[in-house]
Design a protein around this ligand. Structure first.
Ligand code: MG
Length: 213
C-alpha cells in the first residue's frame, strides 16, 4: 500500500547521512575514522572494525534507511545477520535475519532490543533491501533535569507499522545503564556480520509547535 509508505527520496529539509558515496558523515563509536566498506551505493559492516555513528547528533527526528542482511543459512538466532540501528546511540532497533519467523520476539528484527517485539513480522528474505522509517521523540525533563516523559518511537519496516508509539524503558542492551541523553547520534552496530546499509537520511523535528491558537 503506497499510502502507508514514507517517501524514499530525502525531503528537502533532510540531513543526508549516507548517499552511497562515502562515510564522511560518520565516525567510529570510539571517535576514530569509520572503516566500513563503501561500494555500489551501499556501506557494509567490516566485522571487527566496530560500530559507526553519525557525526551529527539529534533530539526529535524522523529517519529513513535501507538495510540488507547477508545469506547465512547455517547461522541461527542472534548470529544470523545481526546488526542494529541505535537511536541517539542508545536505543537499538534490531537488524537480524528473522525472515519467516511466525512469532518474532524481543531479540528479532524490528524489535526494540529486549524491550518490545515487533507487532508483525515484516521481514524480507536475506539479500533483499528492506526499509526502516521511524519517528522518534526524545525524553523530556523537568527543570531539575529529572525525566518526566520517556522517549517514544514509531517504526515502519517495509511500509508496515511494527512499533506503534512505544514508550522506551531506557537504553537497550549494551547501552543499558547509561544516562539518557538530550541529543545523540544515529549509530549502526558491528555485530560481526556483513550487513549492508544505504540511503540514510534524517529530518530533525521541532520539539513542539507554537502556543498560538
Ligand atoms: Mg543487533
Amino acid at each position: 500500500m503506497e499510502s502507508t509508505q514514507f517517501q524514499i527520496t530525502p525531503p528537502e529539509d533532510a540531513t543526508v547521512l549516507f548517499d552511497g558515496k562515502d562515510l564522511s558523515n560518520w565516525i567510529k563509536g570510539d571517535g576514530g575514522e569509520a572503516e566500513w566498506e563503501v561500494a555500489d551505493d551501499a556501506m557494509t559492516v567490516v566485522p571487527g572494525t566496530g560500530d559507526i555513528m553519525s557525526k551529527e547528533e539529534f533530539t526529535d527526528f524522523m529517519f529513513h534507511l535501507e538495510f540488507m542482511t547477508p545469506d547465512m543459512p547455517e547461522a541461527t538466532g542472534q548470529a544470523k545477520g545481526n546488526s542494529g540501528v541505535f537511536l541517539q546511540g542508545q536505543y537499538e532497533i534490531q537488524v537480524l535475519d528473522s525472515y519467516g519467523k511466525d512469532v518474532p520476539g524481543k531479540g528479532d528484527c524490528g524489535a526494540i532490543y529486549n524491550q518490545f517485539a515487533p507487532l508483525v513480522n515484516a521481514c524480507k528474505p536475506p539479500l533483499q533491501w528492506q526499509t526502516y522509517d521511524a519517528i522518534f521523540r526524545a525524553v523530556r525533563r523537568d527543570e531539575e533535569g529529572k525525566v518526566i516523559e520517556q522517549a517514544r518511537v514509531t517504526v515502519l519496516q517495509n511500509g508496515m507499522v511494527i512499533q506503534n508509539n512505544v514508550q522506551l524503558q531506557g537504553p537497550t542492551g549494551s547501552a543499558k545503564g547509561s544516562e539518557e541523553v538530550e541529543a545523540g547520534p544515529l549509530r549502526l552496530q558491528d555485530h560481526g556480520n556483513e550487513v549492508k546499509y544505504r540511503n540514510i537520511w534524517i529530518v530533525p523535528l521541532p520539539l513542539k509547535g507554537s502556543d498560538k491558537y
